[in-house]
Design a protein around this ligand. Structure first.
Ligand SMILES: [Zn+2]
Ligand SMILES: [Zn+2]
Length: 317
């Protein structure tokens, strides 16, 4: 039992075209794609030779709509079981209720990051509902669980419940690593404390499984895991250094002011991803003790330099 097919579906995600994976021998579909991609998904499944009635398991790497958008629809049409990590399962399984909570949490987080009111309102108003059922039954999993002989490993950071799926020949990565884009950490799930630290630890966990396996990302095509891990680590070291420099150059730095220097003008979802990314780096720098995080009730969080940037730091907890 081995082998898989990739179906490219959807456009419009900042991360690029989505990759759905079909493991026909196991009756498994991974990340069925965005809600708009039903026709493309169905014709891709036909090409891969997996009849919809033969699908037994739909596994979703994380709650984002470009991965989970068709999960309930496909599982329901196939009478298959839907699987997710238990930390992300509620955002799909109790979609309506969880969405209200998420929007409220995002709004107060953006406020805490110092995002100006008008920008904040535009982000929240642009966060339109996906056509998902209000509730849907999901099998919630822990790290190390198996589904159809595939191991689920918990790789949080991009989201709190992000899961990678380990087969004999490949690891299905979701948005843990991407071929042409650095996965957002910080803005893509506002539930995590120290999301960059959590993410870097997930890369360590992935590296342990890399030997002899290809990396199959949730957008785009096969990547070499170890090289991609090194590239993204170097990227975060560099970005942390830049964030540190910005804090050193201005007083009262907030995630928003640091993000505007890092990324320039930010609109749409980037006005959440940008300051989230900045906050993730600033919080990691606070955890390693080189910046102070200054919290004042009712005001944005601020950061100030407390120690020199350590040479050779890999930022990992
Ligand atoms: Zn994602
Ligand atoms: Zn994605």
């Amino acid at each position: 039992m081995s082998g898989f097919d990739r179906i490219a579906v959807g456009t419009g995600s900042p991360e690029g075209v989505n990759s759905v994976y079909v493991l026909a021998d196991r009756g498994v579909v991974i990340d069925p794609g965005p809600p708009t991609a039903w026709t493309a998904l169905r014709s891709g499944l036909e090409r891969s030779g997996l009849h919809i009635n033969e699908i037994e398991h739909v596994i979703v790497t994380h709650w984002h709509a470009d991965h989970a958008g068709l999960a309930c629809r496909l599982a329901s049409a196939a009478d298959a079981t839907l699987h997710m990590h238990e930390a992300d399962a509620p955002l799909v399984g109790t979609y309506a209720e969880s969405r209200v909570e998420r929007i409220e949490r995002d709004r107060s987080t953006l406020e805490r990051w110092g995002v100006p009111t008008a920008v904040r309102d535009a982000v929240i108003n642009g966060d339109t509902p996906s056509p998902l059922p209000d509730t849907y039954p999901i099998d919630g999993h822990h790290d190390g669980d198996t589904v159809a002989g595939l191991e689920l490993i918990h790789t949080p950071g991009h989201t709190a419940g992000h899961t990678s799926i380990v087969a004999a020949e490949a690891v299905f990565l979701g948005d843990l690593l991407l071929p042409t884009y650095t996965p957002n950490v910080g803005g893509s799930d506002t539930r995590l404390d120290d999301p960059l630290g959590v993410y870097l630890q997930s890369l360590d966990r992935l590296s342990d499984r890399a030997a002899g396996r290809s990396g199959e990302p949730g957008h785009g095509t096969t990547l070499p895991i170890n090289e991609a891990v090194e590239t993204v680590r170097a990227h975060h070291r560099e970005r942390a250094k830049r964030a540190y420099k910005i804090v050193a150059e201005r007083s009262n730095a907030t995630p928003w002011t640091v993000a505007t220097e890092l990324f320039g003008h930010m609109a749409g979802v980037h006005a959440k991803f940008g300051p989230g990314e900045a906050a993730a780096h600033l919080d990691r720098l606070a955890e390693i003790g080189v910046v102070d995080r200054i919290e004042t009730a009712g005001e944005p969080v601020r950061y100030a330099i407390s120690s020199p940037f350590p040479s050779g730091t890999n930022l990992t907890p």
